[in-house]
Write a protein that binds this ligand. Structure first.
Ligand code: ATP
Ligand code: MG
Length: 347
């Protein structure tokens, strides 16, 4: 039990029976349940999996790489933005309201939760530049009912978003299930070349659970990131990305040359970031990561740091100048263990 957005609330850190992790039960004047965003299963192969999993057609949406946000209007009248675990994030709430005019939508549809991804370079959780988005942006991928978590079908969702001027994720198309594997293969190759993450495939009626599939370049980028803080990521993080590459090479590579390119990308993503980190630690640096975010004042920046620390992240405010806050996140295990090996410790 905590206080979230000024209202008493129960947060589910783990899933319990039908309730997803990240579910929040508000116990203010009215009891309201904001369900957690369901986990999306991944497919390693497009064929035959798409044919097995979907019915007659498949909607293919872009998977944006940022962080998951649920925006809801509470019975108190406040609009709040929740991150994955169910906590109200002060930064996200303010930015979401700056980026979108949600008043019209929530006046008519207070029973719906807007689920989307906060994306862009100036992003304190997952920073990736999207040229069409600007420094920070929001893209809506689902509209879901409070209490039941039922998602609206693809067409209803897109029509509703359009009529309220809210920004949807890109829909590449709705394909007959027989053609889907080939269509997605082409889309993934193009997205990969542009450094974009991948796709989420959905049943147009949203009766079946969606599936995700990602580009080789996205795998390499995540590996490079994780290998620059190798002891702060769990082993499954590394292993699962290598496995994805094995199956993608099997299914998508059209020539030996393509496989060689993939092998290079994968190898470079592993070795260079790790080498850079070992050198830096040998030079006496600590492993940390800085992100710059836009804030109104120093107090908002400190508020955000407190939010991160509350979530268990080791972070400090490294700098604040004219509305730009530098958030510094420490990777202590990486610093300590590399130092230990450099001083002669055994693995
Ligand atoms: P989880 O599946 O629990 O979120 P994860 O961090 O591994 O864990 P991802 O691999 O990023 O998640 O994939 C699922 C996430 O992708 C969703 O939670 C959502 O935030 C994001 N996402 C981006 N674009 C879409 C989209 N078009 N439809 C659905 N989800 C999307
Ligand atoms: Mg993601």
């Amino acid at each position: 039990v905590t206080e979230e957005g000024g209202v008493n609330a129960l947060i589910f850190k783990k899933s319990l029976m039908d309730l997803e992790a990240g579910t929040v039960i508000y116990t203010g004047d009215e009891v309201e349940v904001i369900r957690g965003f369901p986990k999306i299963r991944r497919t390693l192969l497009l064929s035959p999996t798409l044919m097995e999993h979907f019915r007659d057609s498949v909607a293919v949406e872009e998977k944006m790489n940022g962080y998951n946000v649920r925006i809801t209007r509470l019975s108190s009248g406040d609009t709040v933005a929740l991150t994955r675990g169910g906590h109200v994030c002060p930064f996200t709430t303010r930015k979401a309201l700056e980026l979108m005019d949600l008043d019209g939508f929530f006046s008519d549809h207070a029973d719906l939760v807007v689920c989307g991804e906060m994306v862009g370079r100036d992003n304190p959780y997952v920073s990736q530049d999207y040229p069409e988005v600007g420094p920070l942006g929001f893209r809506v991928f689902d509209l879901r009912e409070k209490n039941t978590n039922r998602p609206l079908p693809i067409k209803e969702k897109r029509d509703l978003l359009e009529s309220y001027g809210l920004p949807p994720v890109c829909l590449f198309g709705i394909y007959p299930v027989e053609d889907a594997a080939e269509e997605v293969a082409d889309i993934i190759r193009t997205l990969g070349k542009e450094g974009r993450e991948g796709v989420v495939m959905k049943d147009p009626s949203m009766d079946l659970p969606p599936l995700k599939y990602t580009s080789s370049q996205a795998h390499a980028r995540e590996l490079a990131y994780a290998f620059s803080y190798p002891f702060d990521f769990g082993r499954p993080f590394f292993f699962s990305r290598v496995i994805r590459e094995g199956f993608q090479a099997y299914e998508l590579d059209e020539s030996d040359e393509e496989t060689l390119e993939r092998a290079h990308r994968l190898g470079e993503a592993i070795i260079y970031p790790m080498l850079e980190r070992i050198k830096a630690i040998a030079d006496g640096e600590a492993a940390y990561e800085d992100t710059v975010i836009d804030v109104d004042d120093m107090e908002t920046a400190e508020d955000f740091i407190r939010h991160l620390v509350h979530l268990g992240v080791s972070a400090t405010l490294a700098d604040y100048r004219d509305g730009k806050a530098t958030v510094r996140r420490f990777y202590q295990a990486t610093t300590d263990r590399i130092n230990n090996y450099l001083e002669g410790g055994l693995y």
